[in-house]
Ligand binder design. Sequence first.
Ligand SMILES: [Cu+2]
Length: 134
Amino acid sequence: MVTLGDMGMTQMMGGTAPLGAHMMLRAVPATVPAGKVSLVAENMGWRTHELVILPLPPGEQAGQRVPGPDGTVDEKGSLGEASTSCGAGAGEGIRAGTVSWTTLTMAPGRYELICNLPNHYADGMYQELRVTSS
Ligand SMILES: [Cu+2]
């Protein structure tokens, strides 16, 4: 289960956000066995969010990616994403109060779960996910 949230004072239109907004992405548990992994992302915040699953290269930590001028990071190597409202897979984003999910076959290793809407990564929407050999 992945919980997405933000501390916005007012409901915003869409997912755009200023730098410095307080946002969170929490995966519980943060360690799962290899194999089929279902990731369910619940948006508890006001803004639209998404969940993208990226591999974490050796030596790198979650949160170290550098966003480009558009406020998003490179999704190269992405295993998949959950980014639709009340449905599976990719879409237009997970609107406030809705849930999206995806099921992946994951090999052992370290991964980074992120929200890649503009500025959300820089605002703290990332967490490491460890996949252990089962
Ligand atoms: Cu977000």
